[in-house]
Design a protein around this ligand. Structure first.
Ligand code: NAD
Length: 503
């Protein structure tokens, strides 16, 4: 073990081992040696966490305390995340293989998530009021939903956990978080931080464990009123199915196969920077990665030549080294899956370009940055999410074909368009079936905008005030301010026939 203590669940304000007392091993992706042991949650642990969260919601002070007071806790969590940001980045790099320089940015973003939602609740969680014909006043109020079940993936785990926990707590819900089994360390750190921030017991709970057991028990629990899920599309489908019996609200942030389109008139240097960064940062394990590169025919050869040069110079190495640009993939199983796709690409006729993995890194789950050149859009590797440092590259003849290829995929998460013709930039961006599109821009995201996908990439949007639609229930109160006329049923004079019958 590399010196990390056991990870326990965090239930009702206490760190606790599971009721069954079983643990699973957490593996370092750089060495494939165990890091530590993690409590493996089962249904009983989910039941205990939901019980605590429900008590805290129904009887505790969280949702009823003055909003300013509740938000002070969120600001405190943000401060503590900043205080511990080096530890968080270290744990994230250790657990996931994300290069430390990139993990640091993710930790900063996590603090921002708490601060942002605290401010949003103060300024934007506002109702509406309607005067109706001088007779009524109708107004809306936003209420927390109840116990929120949050299920998160292993890519950028800390940032994605805070992306859900912050709005859920800020709006007054209580939470049970089920983090991904391959990346438990920073979820545990979040529990420690929230414990230190002094939130009332039961408001925030973490149960570690596997999806099919702990995750499924959370989805099936009748006292959990909503599930916010980020992960694979097929898992999202299971969760929707399994949540139907208890009629939960669900929010689905799922997979992607996003196109980056470069027209010949684009700023090619910038487009190149964006294409390389967008798919090879975060080890390619990014839901919005531009995993399909569509190049206008006339620039294909030149762009690919420059792309190869860049790819060959990406620094592959120890995630703890600040100079590393690409680290190992999260897990051996995932490494095998990504390698299988590269083999499929060869069989399908793509030409594979990748530098070798430097000597000395054999124990880690390294896949070098890989270009699948001369792809066709109907190839499996152009259609399915690989979720690694692998980009399918193909060409197009004109705008119409670019749009057709971009849309000819089941996913619809992100899209990137590079052109100097701004009319075309807007036109193409709007023609693409994706929840989000960037024009002449890398994937930079303001927290105020809606985040999410269409088609098989998800249902619903989170981010900004859009998160309130999910994490709150809107209630309308109708008040009569005049004397509205009410149809006087039962006030008519009794008819003689009817009274005769009744006697
Ligand atoms: P995954 O679907 O395998 O697992 C995600 C989480 O779901 C884990 O916590 C897992 O334990 C849990 N889970 C698995 N089966 C479950 C079940 N039957 N019931 C309840 N919970 C269950 O996904 P992953 O491999 O961890 O993450 C990678 C995927 O996430 C990729 O497809 C990626 O595109 C997607 N992703 C999407 C976004 C987005 O915002 N659209 C962001 C990040 C990642």
């Amino acid at each position: 073990m590399t010196g990390q203590p056991k990870v326990l669940h965090y239930i009702n304000g206490r760190f606790a081992e599971g009721e069954a007392g079983v643990y699973f091993r957490n593996i370092n992706p750089f060495t494939n040696e165990p890091i530590n042991e993690v409590a493996e949650g089962r249904k009983e642990d989910i039941d205990a966490a939901v019980r605590a969260a429900k008590q805290a919601f129904d009887g505790g002070p969280w949702r009823t305390m003055p909003v300013e007071k509740r938000l002070r806790y969120l600001f405190r969590i943000a401060e503590l995340i900043e205080t511990y940001s080096d530890d968080i980045a270290y744990l994230e790099a250790l657990d996931t293989g994300i290069p430390i320089s990139q993990a640091k940015k993710q930790a900063a973003r996590a603090a921002e998530n708490f601060r942002f939602y605290a401010e949003m609740v103060k300024t934007r969680l506002v109702g509406e009021a309607y005067q109706v014909n001088g007779q009524f006043l109708n107004y809306t109020v936003y209420k927390p939903v109840g116990v929120a079940g949050l299920i998160t993936p292993w890519n950028t785990p800390f940032m994605l956990e805070t992306w859900k926990v912050a709005p859920a707590l800020a709006t007054g819900n209580t939470v049970v978080l089920k983090p991904a089994e391959w990346s438990p360390l920073t979820a545990n750190k979040l529990a420690e931080i929230i414990d230190e921030a002094g939130l009332p017991a039961g408001v925030f709970n973490v149960v570690h464990g596997f999806g099919e057991t702990a995750g499924a028990a959370l989805v099936a629990h009748p006292d959990v009123r909503l599930i916010s899920f980020t992960g694979e599309t097929t898992t999202g489908m299971d969760i929707i199915r399994n949540s139907a019996a208890t009629l939960k609200k669900t929010s689905m942030e799922l997979g992607g196969k996003s196109p980056l389109i470069v027209f010949a008139d684009a700023d090619l240097e910038q487009a190149l920077d964006a294409a390389v960064w967008g798919v090879f940062s975060l080890n390619g394990e990014r839901c919005t990665a531009n995993s399909r590169l569509l190049l206008e025919q006339s620039i294909y050869d030149e762009f690919v030549a420059r792309l190869k040069e860049r790819v060959d110079r990406i620094v592959i190495g120890d995630p703890m080294n600040p100079a590393t640009e690409l680290g190992p993939l999260i897990h051996r199983d995932h490494w095998e899956r990504v390698n299988r796709y590269i083999e499929i690409a060869r069989q399908e006729g793509a030409s594979v370009h990748a530098p070798g993995v430097p000597k000395g890194l054999e124990r880690g789950n390294f896949v070098p940055p890989t270009l699948l050149l001369n792809c066709r859009n109907d190839m499996k590797v152009a259609q399915e999410e690989i979720f690694g440092p692998v980009m399918a590259v193909m060409s197009f003849a004109d705008e119409e074909e670019a749009i057709r290829l971009a849309n000819d995929v089941k996913y619809g998460l992100a899209a990137y368009v590079w052109t100097s013709d701004m009319k075309r930039g807007h036109r193409v961006a709007q023609a693409i079936e994706s929840g989000m599109a960037w024009v002449n821009s890398p994937n930079v995201r303001d927290l105020r905008i809606p985040f999410g996908g269409t088609k098989y990439s998800g249902i619903g949007r989170e981010g900004g005030h859009y998160s309130f639609d999910f994490y709150t229930e809107v209630q309308v109160v109708h008040v009569a301010v005049g004397d509205p006329s009410i149809p006087p049923l039962g006030k008519a004079a009794p008819s003689s026939a009817l009274s005769a019958e009744r006697t």
